[in-house]
Design a protein around this ligand. Structure first.
Ligand code: C2E
Ligand code: CA
Ligand code: CA
Length: 301
């Protein structure tokens, strides 16, 4: 005061925003409200207003990115990634609109629309190809919300064993007991449960081991340029060993180059995802892409 805000209400709001971003981006550091924060508040307000008024059923779509089994060259599954094209805002990335949808309680609607669309595609794929779907921690907050999702799966005709639900490590931190119940229900239905962005949160191993997981996904930050980063190599090697001991699948995310792939294979990685194999593609491109991997799929089956 008086440089960053003129009166008490603004001052309070902006301090709160700086605190929120400080916690998210550099925990333990100092965060000052900036012009950039001001722009972000305006951008988020525009997204919020658009989300509330949009025809989400028409504007939300899913893109699909394969998760590869490198040894066989066949896709294990496709991960569904949310896409939102708004008439005025254009393409809004999920990293921008999902947090706003979560904050405003609109995420339940968003998730249901996306899951229904993803399942409607997956039902046409070969049985051997699974669907991996991202859930927000808010989707698992109440028994009713979860029941609505389970009902969508039952009605879709996609066998639950083909579906993996991805939850992020940060979601688990918020309410371990609730996550445990939700993951238990999903497993009870026959779905897999993957821990997304593994290594980015601050959960303890005991919190993680309490969950009935089937896979972990190693975050891209440990993969980018791994050939020149001895520390990343050690981390990935340990996580692969941990997943083996716990009898969990382990997907390595964000593989972009042949050099990264070579190191990751050397370390014992097999399930991978990233631009090196394929970028996220629109639903109508999946069938054509699958035709190329049919020989590998047949060999695996
Ligand atoms: P995520 O679940 O970790 O998804 C992976 C993100 O990495 C995707 O970004 C994907 O396009 C991108 N990616 C994949 N391979 C590569 C690579 O080789 N290099 C690089 N640089 N990036 C790669 P996207 O689609 O923008 O999604 C961002 C995040 O938004 C997702 O991260 C996920 O947390 C969230 N999200 C996306 N779709 C949904 C959804 O349907 N529901 C929820 N709750 N969250 C979603
Ligand atoms: Ca994911
Ligand atoms: Ca991830």
């Amino acid at each position: 005061y008086p440089d960053l805000a003129g009166h008490a209400e603004d001052l309070y709001e902006r301090a709160d925003y700086a605190l929120y971003h400080g916690k998210r981006e550099h925990r333990g550091g100092v965060s000052l409200f900036s012009a950039d924060h001001h722009r972000r508040i305006q951008h988020e307000a525009a997204i919020e207003q658009a989300l509330r008024n949009a025809d989400l059923e028409a504007q939300l779509t899913v893109a699909f990115q394969p998760i590869m089994c490198v040894a066989s060259g066949a896709p294990l599954a496709f991960e569904a990634l949310a896409r939102w094209c708004h008439p005025k805002l254009g393409q809004v990335p999920p990293a921008d609109f999902i947090p706003v949808a979560e904050r405003t309680g609109l995420v339940h609607r968003v998730t249901r629309i996306l899951l229904a669309k993803a399942l409607a595609e997956a039902v046409h794929w070969p049985e051997a190809v699974g669907l991996s779907f991202n859930l927000s921690m808010h989707d698992l907050g109440s028994a009713e919300d979860l029941a609505a999702l389970l009902e969508l799966i039952r009605a879709s005709g996609v066998h639950p064993a083909r579906i993996d639900m991805e939850i992020t490590e940060t979601a688990i931190l918020n309410d371990t007991a609730q996550m445990q119940r939700a993951a238990g229900l999903l497993r009870g239905l026959g779905c897999g449960v993957s821990l997304d962005d593994f290594g980015t949160g601050f959960s303890s191993l005991s919190q993680l081991l309490a969950l009935p997981l089937t896979k972990i996904k190693i975050d891209r930050r440990f993969v980018t340029g791994i050939q020149d980063k001895p520390t990343s190599m050690k981390i990935v090697r340990s996580l692969l060993a941990l997943s083996r001991d716990m009898e969990l699948g382990c997907v390595i995310e964000g593989v972009e180059t042949a050099d990264e792939l070579a190191v990751l294979q050397e370390l014992g990685g097999n399930l991978m995802q990233g631009y090196l194999f394929a970028r996220p593609m629109p639903p109508e491109a999946v069938a054509g892409w699958l035709r190329h991997s049919l020989p590998a799929l047949a060999a695996r089956a």
